[in-house]
Design a protein around this ligand. Structure first.
Ligand code: SF4
Ligand code: SF4
Length: 476
């Protein structure tokens, strides 16, 4: 019979059999202190993820990635397409924070907080066990169980897909979609069906392969970890040579070949592993740091009356007998870099104008026209965005040209926080203000409270004496 260890030697991927077929991993649950703690963390995270879209900060959800409006809201700060620098700083900050956490605590994110692990291990697998029974025990009888499990998976996936999409469209739009027939919003319905299908594919079929094949984080871990990073390790010195015989590794009266370490080769650490690996083979990319093997092995050690911790949170250096040291170059560098990035991000956001303004000549029609009284009219298009957290009402004027008069059916312009709108202005100025058929001015837009902003634009007028309707010959 092939042992778990020898199987792993011939296996390229823990989810593939030697003949290339899928090896379905059904980890045995291992009750223990880490499972208890992870369960609390996981259900708290599921609760936060579910509730967050219903909360508001400054009138917006804490996290909203509004692709249609090209806006990203993050805990009260909304990033617009013009906030390239702030967004770049935010993204780089997140990456540096991930580097720092990984350098200190290894793959703690994967095992304790990643949605893939949280939903797979604490929602989908418990549902599977509810219908089919616990792995390692006699399966529950009943042909209806498998289809019923998939119906339950589908319902959970639908709920999850709705919650997930709330982060992109907001809870109000989502509620409209849910409460109106799909014929009224076919695209939204298809998106929802597609996301539900993806959830089903991921959690019912693809499962741990997302961590092993699709997720890049595991592949980068070797670059992010160092010898002092917290990892889950098997104490080879204490455990080897493994074997089922009575513990006698230190019994010098026995021949060396019959001495045994603390590992009784029960295979429970392998059977409980959600990625199907054997931690006794050393640190592996597939290890998501879930600590299930610790709980499994601790239970075995307790039963045998041996000290816990044959598998434990440790570091490569500690396993080799070196002293743990927190002060390493990368652990000092990352927080420093993070502080600089966060400060730069804060300054960038604080210096962001409250009003975003762009000014351009209105398209269509003549470049300008001349009124019977000789005054010249230019049409200008304003684009205004309210970048504050309160509604604002805007008026416009021509700065530095007091004789110019602004009329517009669009003004005053009232905008909600983050709202963007356009207004067309007719700017009427005496013909005498134009020099060589042009006049440089600034259009000033002022909110009812706060600082006005202005942008330059060139007004066009008659090249010589005003006459009839102007056009191409009226300016150079
Ligand atoms: S659970 Fe512990 S004793 Fe059992 S095989 Fe794994 S390391 Fe050895
Ligand atoms: S080796 Fe242990 S910590 Fe790593 S994934 Fe498997 S059970 Fe989790």
């Amino acid at each position: 019979m092939t042992t778990a260890a020898s199987q792993s030697e011939v296996r390229v991927l823990s989810t593939l059999n030697a003949d290339g077929s899928r090896r379905w991993i059904k980890p045995w649950p291992s009750p223990g202190r880490f499972l208890r703690r992870r369960r609390v963390v996981a259900y708290a995270l599921i609760g936060v993820f579910t509730v967050l879209p219903y909360l508001t900060i400054n009138g917006k959800p804490p996290i909203l990635l509004d692709i249609a409006a090209r806006e990203f809201t993050f805990f009260g700060v909304t990033f617009y397409p013009t906030d390239t620098l702030a967004l770049a700083l935010l993204i780089v900050s997140v990456f540096v924070a991930v580097f720092l956490v990984t350098a200190l605590f290894g793959r703690i994110w994967c095992g304790w907080a990643c949605p893939q692990t949280v939903y797979m291990e604490f929602l989908y697998r418990p549902i599977e066990r509810l219908f089919e029974g616990r792995p390692g025990r006699k399966p529950k009888a009943g042909a209806w169980r498998k289809p019923a499990k998939h119906v339950a998976f589908l319902l959970v996936s639908m709920a999850l897909a709705h919650t997930f999409l709330a982060y992109f469209v907001g809870i109000d739009r989502l509620a409209r979609w849910v409460t109106t027939p799909p014929t009224e919003h076919p695209v939204a319905f298809l998106v929802m069906a597609g996301v539900t299908g993806l959830m089903m594919f991921d959690f019912a079929f693809f499962r741990e392969q997302t961590c092993l094949i699709a997720c890049p984080y595991g592949r980068f871990q070797s670059a992010m970890l160092d010898r002092h990073s917290l990892i889950i390790s098997y104490d080879r010195q204490r455990g080897e040579p493994r074997g089922k015989a009575r513990r006698a590794a230190t019994d010098v009266s026995l021949p060396v070949t019959s001495r045994r370490g603390d590992c009784v080769d029960c295979g429970l650490c392998v059977r409980t592993c959600p990625t199907g690996i054997d931690i006794r083979d050393g640190l592996q990319m597939e290890c998501i740091g879930c600590a299930q093997c610790i709980d499994a092995c601790d239970a075995v050690m307790t039963k045998l009356g041996r000290p816990k911790g044959l598998i434990r949170y440790s570091s490569q250096a500690a396993m080799e007998g070196a002293r743990f040291t927190l002060l390493r170059p990368r652990v000092a560098l990352y927080p420093l870099l993070l502080a600089v990035l966060i400060a730069a991000l804060g300054v960038t956001i604080a210096r962001r104008p409250a009003t975003l303004l762009t000014v351009a000549r209105a398209t269509g029609g003549a470049a300008f026209y001349v009124e019977p009284d000789g005054s010249v009219v230019n049409r200008v298009r304003l684009t205004v965005r309210n970048q504050t957290s309160r509604p604002a009402t805007y008026t416009a004027r021509v700065a530095g040209l007091e004789s110019a008069r602004v009329t517009s059916a669009d003004l005053p312009l009232t905008l909600e926080p983050g709202e963007l709108a356009q207004a067309t202005l007719a700017i009427q100025a005496p013909a005498g203000v134009f020099e060589n058929g042009r006049r440089e001015v600034r259009i000033e837009v002022a909110p009812h409270t706060g600082e006005p902003v202005s942008k330059p634009i060139r007004l066009l007028g008659p090249w010589s004496a005003p006459g009839s309707v102007g056009g191409e010959e009226g300016h150079p």
